[in-house]
Each structure stands twice: as structure tokens, then as C-alpha cells.
Design a protein around this ligand. Structure first.
Ligand SMILES: Cc1cc2nc3c(=O)[nH]c(=O)nc-3n(C[C@H](O)[C@H](O)[C@H](O)COP(=O)(O)OP(=O)(O)OC[C@H]3O[C@@H](n4cnc5c(N)ncnc54)[C@H](O)[C@@H]3O)c2cc1C
Length: 679
């Protein structure tokens, strides 16, 4: 049998972790990326990476608390076993990265320094200044280069993955890709194809993501039959600054180091911010959520900032929506030691030193919680994963795996800050065990032994599509303007606040844009480094993903994490009389339970005719931590917390099998398969 090979597409943290681990397992890897791997979007990650550590353990933290914060932060929409396994691995992952040379910030005693991030009360985040992603990426890149020299990894930078190659049984046997310099299109026979291609923020036009985050590779896998989970869950980060080209993140680490969000109490107060006295400042996050303060999870902080600016009319500028993110009370030396990377970005693009003046920020599209559907196998005793199971991180198409930001597995309805770098490295490491197991049991011959026609036919298909784009008569449409139009529409209807009427209309508008995109004129029809045709292909592949985001959002009639429809929000408690307040809280909890029964399900999209998504729903494995109201200590919501607690106590005192029947001990011996159910 010919040598087995694995094609890893994507050289960000997830892809590099997978390539390194596969190579260490003596498996040959082809590693492909649109950009040099060291320019992958992961290089932009600023704030840090989460794990329980010696410092937080002394305060009562544990892997279990990290797991619980993550599923609470995700509004319970993620399968719990993979999240538990990830939290269990986190300390070992940080140790590994430390050993590989990541220059984590240190305390005076030489311990790793830690900061707090959103959605937790513990200082769980390790960081390397404000360039954590870059340091992690470079450390993994060194390992990959070591294996490249040893001949076990072959790197293909500046290559665009065009689609998987499936045999007659629907098993993946490799992929087709295009060299972005010579424009050659060729096949890559592979016994496993791992997608590690990151997020799809470019569908929204401007976002905090890099220009390569178009979602093209994921869309191509989706159009070939891979299911997509929870597409409607798009994270809008609370603190970014606008730019004509993109939106620049001011990392949550700024608030982790003590940054405070505020607006003047007087609308559009003309005084310079530092002349506004404390009493006349509205620290709205601290006032509304005293327990978590400025570090409530991102979905909540974003909605509050949005509401302060739009509903309450307190934007600091009359002409644009923004609030202050204030670091000026922190000593300059501390800011430089811990946040220099992002302060320089602000200074460079806004012309103001944030050490002297509060920053002006507003929310921006940042991350996709949804992604390609992947499987897992739960461990009956630990409640985590069965390692090396053939199922972990495998999609519904045999031989195609997804890891990192492009899978849907770890963050549910809202990702907690500093958990993405962790999920990228974790999923990259564990997918190697899955592949090792599966390579031993591949049906039929190795990919390289498959009939040559399988590969030549796939290459021909993509070559013809490419030629058609170059040679068709000039049309009326400009791909860059269409992309702008798509971005504006998606930003308007599918970000912070969503309304069914607008979503339904947007579905038709996107379908119409998709038709128009077939008439795009290419300004470059050359056969050498043709970026115009590459972008046009990526644009065409944005529409199927835009459609599934919109359709999933339209159908989900509830509020969960980043998905917010005011129409379905539960009213807050208005009564002042305590008995009446209690009655209102009981009704609130009844509604919460009913909503959980109806909507605690993942949205699963399958690509149908005309690239329209066919939506089904999947039960979520909540066997380890029972879903509960997600209030984060909101002022005025304490009666709801009390009623909920009482209900849980009553349930716990009933014999097993009562209520929702989920208790960790009960479920631990009863693995719940990830199953896809249609409604
Ligand atoms: C500004 C910013 C700051 C952040 N800070 C943090 C942080 O502090 N902590 C945290 O946990 N998370 C952070 N995140 C999120 C985190 O950076 C990302 O989720 C993570 O880096 C994604 O890594 P990845 O390996 O999945 O994909 P990426 O790093 O995005 O890599 C994707 C790879 O796929 C390749 N690719 C894509 N399409 C194709 C194609 N068609 N053909 C071939 N190759 C392709 C690309 O070239 C690239 O190599 C931040 C995000 C942003 C935007």
C-alpha cells in the first residue's frame, strides 16, 4: 500500500498543533495555507489563553470550575464532554507551550503572570504581553519547521483549498487546491483532510478578523456535504475601534487589567473626558453587574454598550456610536508591560495615546461560535472524551475533520475570552489521535492507490470553473462592491439585535446577490498571481454561509448568548411588593424551563439545492451541568436566582429520575451519543 498522508488545511494554531502532533506520530503531513503560516489570523490574538493554575487553585478554582464557567458562558449550547476534556487538558497545554518557549509574562518570583478575562471571577488567563497569539503561533511554527526539515511535513503556503475529493461511497480521499502564484490547480490525495481554516468574519465585510477569514474552505466543505452547526451564533466583541478597512480589536485584556467602560451621565457632554468628575460618569457595566463588573461575558457587554448608545442616547459622540474604555488610572509602566501591543495599535490608528486619554470604542463582529459539525465520544467514567476514539473531531463525511475556530464544538452560544486559543490547540492535538486510529481502518485502499480518474476528474471540474470565471463576457457586477453590500446587510440584520422581518427579507436579498455575483466582471483575467479571481471565488462561497447564518437566526425564536431577539426576551421583574415579585420570578423560571425544552438544541445546516440550507436540530449533551438562568448577578434579578435555587433543591431531594433527570452521577455511566435529529 502507498504511504498514507494527511492534508491539513490551515496553518493557524489549530492547524500547526495538528501537524506537529501528526508528525510526532510518524504520519506524513501536507500543510496548506492561503498565507505564510506565520501570518495566519492566530497571529492577531492579543489577550491570552485560559487554564486553571496554581494561583487560582488557592482560591477554589479547578478544571471543573473552568468547565462550568465555559458552559454557563456559552448559554449551555455546547456538548459538555468535549468542553470538560478541554478544561482538563488546559494546564498541560499551557505547560507544553511554556516548554516550547512561549515568553509568557512572569511575576517577580518567576511564576507565570495571570489576568482575569470575561465570564469568570478567577485570574485564569496566561498571556505574553498583548501578543499572545503571535508567541504561541511562532512556538508551534518552530516545531513544524523541525518536522519539515525531517521530511515528515511538506508545507504549501499561498495555496487555496478548492474542495474535497469524495469517492463513490462518499469517503474523502483528498482535496484540490490552487497555487496562488502560478495559478496551477492540482490534486492532493490524502487519507484524512483536516480543516483548520478559522472563522468567516469577512461575510460581515468589516470585522476584527484578518482578510483571509472568508470562510471559503469551510463553505466548500459544506457545499460538498459536511454539516454546519450553530451558524447563527456570531460573536460581536464589545470593544473595537473603527477603521475604513477593518475594525481593530481592543482586547478584553484591557478590562482584565482594570480598564473601565463608561459614558458621561449627561448625553454628549462636551467636556474632555478627564475633566468629567467621577460622580458624573456612568460606569454602567459596574452598576448593573456588580459581581462581574466590566468583565461580564461579551454578549452581555456588547448588548449593554449597544443599548446605552442607541436606546438610552448616551453615546459620547453625537455623530457616531461609541463609549469610553478608560485605562488612564493605571500606571504607564504597568500598561506598557502588559498591554503595549494593543496600546500601540490604538495610538497608530487613532492618533491618541490611550495612556493619557480614554479610548473610544464600539462593538464589532469578531468570532464565529458555529462551524463545521464534528462528532465526539463521551467517556463513561470521566464524563470527558474517549481519547483516540475514531469519532472525535470527525465531521459527518468520513475522512474530513474540523478543528479550531472552524468547528462548532466548544463555545456554544457565546465564547468566553481566551478560550479560543485553548480550543484551537486542544482540538489540534486530539484530532491526531483520532486520525491515527482511523488510518488503521480506512475502507479500501490508501488514497494514493485510488483510481487516477477520481483525482483527475476533480481537478478538471475546478479547472473548468476557474476558466469560466476568466473567460466569461464582462458582466455588470463588481465583486468588491457586492462584498461591501453583503457585509452591510449582514451587519445590519444579523449582529447584536435581530428581527424576524429583517432576517426574512435579508434571505431573499442574499439569494439575489448570489445570482448577481454570477455576473461579476474580473478586472484581471491573467494567469499569474490573479487575486481578483481568487477573491471572486471566495465571494461566491460566502453566500451559502450567509444563508445558513440568516436562516438559523430566523428560525431560532429565542434569546441565547449572542443571538438576541428583543421580541423573545423575558420581561424583567417589575413588582415592588415582595409576594408579587416572587410570583413574577416563578413565572420567569417557568418560561425559562419551557424555553430550554424548546430551544436548547444546536442548529444543523445541510447544504440543499441552490445552496439553501436545510435546517435540522440536534440535542445537546448537558449531562454534566444542568442548564440554569444566565444572569451574572444582574441587579434586580436576585429573586429569580432564589426561586431557581429553591427549585433545584426541591428536585435534588426527590428520588432519582425526577425533574429533568440530569444529575452528573446518573449520566456519567450513560454515554449520550451526539445524535442528529430532525424536527
Ligand atoms: C484581533 C483578535 C484577537 C484575538 N485574541 C484572542 C485571545 O487573546 N485569546 C483567544 O483565545 N482568542 C482570541 N481571538 C480568537 C482567536 O485568535 C482565533 O479564534 C484563533 O486564532 C483561530 O485559530 P485557527 O487556527 O482556528 O484559525 P486561523 O488562525 O484563522 O488560521 C486559519 C488558517 O486557514 C488558512 N485558510 C483559510 N482558508 C483557506 C483556504 N481556502 N485554503 C487554504 N488555507 C486556508 C489560513 O491561511 C490560515 O492559515 C482573537 C481574535 C481576533 C480577531
Amino acid at each position: 500500500m502507498a504511504q498514507q498522508r494527511v492534508l491539513v488545511i490551515g496553518g493557524g494554531l489549530a492547524g500547526l498543533a495538528a501537524a506537529m502532533q501528526l508528525a510526532e506520530s510518524e504520519i506524513a503531513v501536507d500543510l496548506m495555507s492561503l498565507t505564510p503560516v506565520k501570518r495566519s489570523h492566530s497571529v492577531c490574538a492579543q489577550g491570552g489563553i485560559n487554564s486553571v493554575n496554581n494561583y487560582t487553585r488557592q482560591q477554589g478554582d479547578s478544571e471543573w470550575e473552568h468547565f462550568k464557567d465555559t458552559v454557563y458562558g456559552g448559554d449551555f449550547l455546547q456538548h459538555q464532554p468535549p468542553v470538560k476534556e478541554m478544561a482538563d487538558w488546559a494546564p498541560r497545554i499551557i505547560d507544553l507551550m511554556d516548554r516550547l518557549g512561549v515568553p509568557f509574562n512572569r511575576t517577580a518570583e518567576g511564576n507565570r503572570d495571570q489576568r482575569r478575562f470575561g465570564g469568570t471571577l478567577y485570574k485564569r488567563t496566561a498571556f505574553a504581553g498583548a501578543t499572545t497569539g503571535q508567541q504561541l503561533l511562532y512556538a508551534l511554527d518552530e516545531q513544524v519547521r523541525r518536522w519539515e526539515t525531517a521530511g515528515r511535513i511538506k508545507k504549501y503556503e499561498f495555496w487555496d483549498f478548492l474542495g474535497p475529493i469524495l469517492d463513490e461511497q462518499g469517503v474523502c480521499r483528498g482535496g484540490v487546491a490552487q497555487d496562488l502564484v502560478s495559478m496551477e490547480i492540482r490534486d492532493f490525495p490524502a487519507d484524512a483532510v483536516v480543516l483548520a481554516t478559522g472563522g468567516c468574519g469577512l461575510i460581515y465585510g468589516r470585522s476584527t478578523m484578518s482578510m483571509a477569514c472568508t470562510g471559503s474552505a469551510v463553505s466548500r466543505a459544506y457545499q460538498a456535504g459536511v454539516k454546519y452547526g450553530n451558524g447563527e451564533f456570531i460573536q460581536v466583541h464589545p470593544t473595537a475601534v473603527p477603521g475604513a478597512d477593518k475594525l481593530r480589536l481592543m482586547s478584553e485584556s484591557a478590562r482584565g487589567e482594570g480598564g473601565r467602560v463608561w459614558v458621561p451621565r449627561k448625553p454628549q457632554d462636551p467636556r474632555p473626558p478627564r475633566q468629567i468628575p467621577e460622580a458624573e460618569r456612568y460606569y454602567f457595566l459596574e452598576e448593573r453587574y456588580p459581581k462581574y463588573g466590566n468583565l461580564v461575558p461579551r454578549d452581555i457587554a456588547t448588548r449593554e454598550i449597544f443599548s446605552v448608545c442607541t436606546k438610552e442616547g448616551l453615546s459620547i459622540d453625537a455623530t457616531r456610536l461609541c463609549v469610553y474604555l478608560d485605562l488612564t488610572h493605571i500606571p504607564r509602566a504597568t500598561l506598557d508591560a502588559k498591554l503595549k501591543g494593543i496600546l500601540e495599535i490604538y495610538e497608530k490608528f487613532q492618533g491618541v495615546d490611550p495612556r493619557d486619554e480614554p479610548m473610544k470604542i464600539f462593538p464589532a463582529v469578531h468570532y464565529s461560535m458555529g462551524g463545521l459539525w464534528v462528532d465526539f465520544e463521551k467517556h463513561a467514567q470521566t464524563g470527558g472524551l474517549v481519547l483516540n476514539s475514531p469519532r472525535n473531531q470527525q465531521t459527518n463525511v468520513p475522512g474530513i475533520y474540523a478543528i479550531g475556530e472552524c468547528d462548532y464544538q466548544y463555545h456554544g452560544a457565546n465564547r468566553l475570552g481566551a478560550n479560543s486559543l485553548l480550543s484551537c490547540i486542544f482540538s489540534g492535538l486530539i484530532v491526531a489521535g483520532t486520525i491515527r486510529t482511523n488510518l488503521k481502518n480506512i475502507p479500501g485502499k490508501a488514497a494514493a492507490d485510488q483510481p487516477a480518474g477520481l483525482f483527475s476528474q476533480a481537478v478538471r471540474y475546478h479547472q473548468e470553473r476557474h476558466n469560466q470565471l476568466l473567460t466569461r463576457p464582462a458582466g455588470r457586477e463588481n465583486p468588491y462592491l457586492l462584498h461591501q453590500e453583503l457585509g452591510l446587510l449582514m451587519t445590519k440584520v444579523a449582529t447584536v439585535v435581530r428581527e424576524n422581518k429583517l432576517l426574512a427579507a435579508a434571505i431573499d436579498q442574499v439569494a439575489e446577490m448570489e445570482e448577481r455575483a454570477k455576473q461579476c466582471s474580473l478586472s484581471d483575467t491573467g494567469a499569474w498571481t490573479n487575486q481578483n479571481v481568487v477573491f471572486t471565488k471566495a465571494l461566491l462561497d460566502m453566500f451559502p454561509l450567509a444563508k445558513l447564518i440568516l436562516r438559523g437566526a430566523l428560525q431560532r425564536d429565542e434569546c441565547r448568548g449572542a443571538h438576541y431577539k428583543p421580541e423573545f426576551e423575558f420581561p424583567g421583574l417589575t413588582a415592588t411588593d415582595s409576594a408579587e415579585k416572587l410570583a413574577q420570578a416563578e413565572t420567569w423560571c417557568d418560561r425559562f424551563e419551557e424555553n430550554t425544552r424548546r430551544w436548547l438544541k444546536s442548529t444543523i445546516a445541510t447544504c440543499g439545492p441552490n445552496n439553501d440550507p436545510v435546517i435540522t436540530y440536534e440535542d445537546v449533551d448537558t449531562s454534566l451541568d444542568t442548564p440554569r438562568p444566565r444572569l451574572y448577578g444582574l441587579v434586580g434579578a436576585d429573586t429569580i436566582e432564589q426561586v431557581w435555587k429553591k427549585r433545584q433543591e426541591q428536585r435534588a431531594s426527590r428520588p432519582l429520575g425526577g425533574a429533568n433527570g440530569h444529575s452528573p452521577s446518573q449520566m456519567a455511566g450513560n454515554p449520550v451519543p451526539a445524535k442528529l435529529v430532525a424536527t
